[in-house]
Design a protein around this ligand. Sequence first.
Ligand code: HGY
Ligand code: MN
Ligand code: MN
Length: 409
Amino acid sequence: MASNIRINGPRLFSTLMDLGSIGATPEGGCRRMALTDEDRLGRNWLAARMRDLKLDVRVDAVGNIVGILKGQEEGPAVIVGSHIDTVGTGGRYDGALGVIAGLELMATLRDLGLTPKRDLALIAFTNEEGARFHPDMLGSVVWAGAKSPEQVYAERDAEGFVLGEELEKIGYKGAEKPGFLKARAYFELHIEQGPVLEQEGFGIGAVTGVQAITWLEFTFTGQPNHGGTTPMKYRKDAGLAAARVNLFAHEVTQRIEGQLANMGVIRVEPGNVNVVPETVICTLDLRNPVDALLDKAEAEIRAYAQDIAEKAGVGLAIRDLARFPSQPFDERLIARVEQAAKAHGHSVRRIVSGAGHDAQMMATLCPTAMIFVPSIGGLSHNPKEFSTEADIIAGANVLAEIAWEEANA
Ligand code: HGY
Ligand code: MN
Ligand code: MN
């Protein structure tokens, strides 16, 4: 059943650009790292937009912001959402698109004077990126009950700032219990952040699920020494050990089908040109659509790291930063995304998400589906991240149709 709900495209795009101007970077992107002042400004802006639409605005104990459009009947809500925090080199679309499309759906319903049978809610989850605090999808992890607020309050960022205090500082340590709003279904519109839809010429991605993710932190402890006087064979070089692990992780991606590896953080102490490193803290972001293959890759890398540390005479501690199994979405809702996309005249293909999303946590609570739109050049986590106005309007209309339908089923 194709509904005649169509969102206001120009308003969607200009609202998305308004949010993008908060924390705007000179390269044309966006930097609103979780719980920073830019994030606070983005949150305040979003809460004000929700209040303008007469939504019932709530904030939970980890700062998830919920805007509720009351339905005619009591009962589980249909929830749409995503995140407004970004990585350091963020763009204007990752996360923001899903939240603004949800806001636009609410605005359209207000314009049309339509009230759904069930509550329709929009959630902006805290710290989805996991760039500042770990794990990623932290707000939806707590919403889904996989961690408690107290557990995540203790998380520290690289500078030693404590999550609970930072949340308090920006005024988003709310009163509501995470997960307070029971969900009948959850939908998330997001950019693909990869090259597939654009290269194959599809307008919409019906996301079948999210691949498995493991984030590890390695702390190599060497012996600081003089870079100019210490013979090579006497060095306990933490930097060498870290470099070898990075190289080995890339070799593993050549041998294990579908395996990905990224060493995104390399922090050297004391970080002086002429000092053999005392410590190197580095991270590996390991992913694979097949859980067993990810486990195999992780085991090989852990064993290699221990061996290389011994040979280099350096200490090694390995810490889990995030560990999420692959997560399939709901078949009925995936098919609805495909049908709605076709009914709107768009080409659609099924696709597994390479990136983690709040939807993978919501899928542990209720039937969940995601809609992707193409990322131009497959770029993301980059200020040049871009999706066309036509594509994001198409995605927002698919979201509007299936969320509205589910809210009246
Ligand atoms: O890391 C991810 O996949 C997401 O951007 N948090
Ligand atoms: Mn995202
Ligand atoms: Mn992201």
